[in-house]
Design a protein around this ligand. Sequence first.
Ligand code: URA
Length: 439
Amino acid sequence: MTPDPRHDAVEVISAKRDRHELTDSQIDWVVDAYTRGEVADEQMSALAMAILLNGMGRREVARWTTAMIASGERMDFSSLSRPTADKHSTGGVGDKITLPLAPLVAACGVAVPQLSGRGLGHTGGTLDKLESIRGWRAALSNDEMLAQLESVGAVICAAGDGLAPADKKLYALRDVTATVPAIPLIASSIMSKKIAEGTGALVLDVKVGTGAFMRTVEEARELATTMVGLGLDAGVHTVALLTDMSTPLGLTAGNALEVRESVEVLAGGGPDDVVELTLALAREMLAGAGHDDVDPADRLADGSAMDVWRAMISAQGGDPDASLPTSRETQVVTAPASGTLARLDAMAVGMAAWRLGAGRARKEDAVQAGAGVVWHARPGDPVSEGQPLLTLHTDEPERFARAMESLEGSFEIQQSEIRRGDSTSPSSFSALVIDRIGA
Ligand code: URA
């Protein structure tokens, strides 16, 4: 594209600084010029901060998203013999749902093209989890992805560099300029990639609570409503579920630990909350793709979701029968009193897993496949003094001390009985699915 003489970076930054709406032409220009290197990082940082402080209207967010999509390629799944549906989670602790969900939905007749990322910070990355399976390969060409979607029905792989390159550059900049938590920027970042990926239906799992980006239901609802609007405007059948992330999901956080728990779900077992959320998201994906006559619970029970999982792992070079890596060292935290576990904080558990080696501080760091945290009780469960409450796993025992620091004050044991959804208790647990936004 040739330089547009109508615009320059200072004019666009000052417009947003002074709380004006950016015009379509300003947005198209600034996103394209930044991707090409004509707008400098320091100028885009100032604009991102002005957007964080002053916000964007619906038209501006939609145009910004379209401009980011236009910076790269768009995938096309129209040649497939079945409809497509995808899921995106805004990220949580112990959130392994993609692993059982993708093969389950495929077993119900809908193809799942799941482009995923690696973890940064306290939430785990789906690719890091799958890479704990011997031989499994995250990088696929577009042709390989299409062929696997047709033959197996589900693909979980790394997003290629061609998809929304403007977002790749901008997200890295936001990460180091404290401008990640701007709802217009989060919504356009997520939706530009999902719309460019070309899925027919999309279900968003917007997490709320201490372990999530969005700490309050109000913020989560605003983000969800913005993303659903962007998806619908782009012709993608989009629904969002707001789900609780005040306590971590399931009983494990860590790469191989989460794969093991996911396989248990596919085998018909696994923790109730992981099964509940997997089925809730599967039902939304199937409805969005026009296949709501199939009950995903039946496909879990009859083993067909497990068959797709095995085919999906094998197709990408993995050995579904290989034993998963375990950590060299463990340390147990016991319950200091008897009673009911009233609270287990998602952020604290995520930080502990990260400090044990399950996550990375910089993109280029390696992760430990066996590291992480296992909790032996969930909020609402009875516990006895001295019983194991948490087991920490790592290959490097010098990591235990820092992990223990992040767990200080992370749980609470009460004498009275309390249940999930019990509104009479001051420390009651919210329901797992808090709200649904969409058609
Ligand atoms: N995930 C994304 O892909 N982008 C954001 O801005 C935040 C979370």
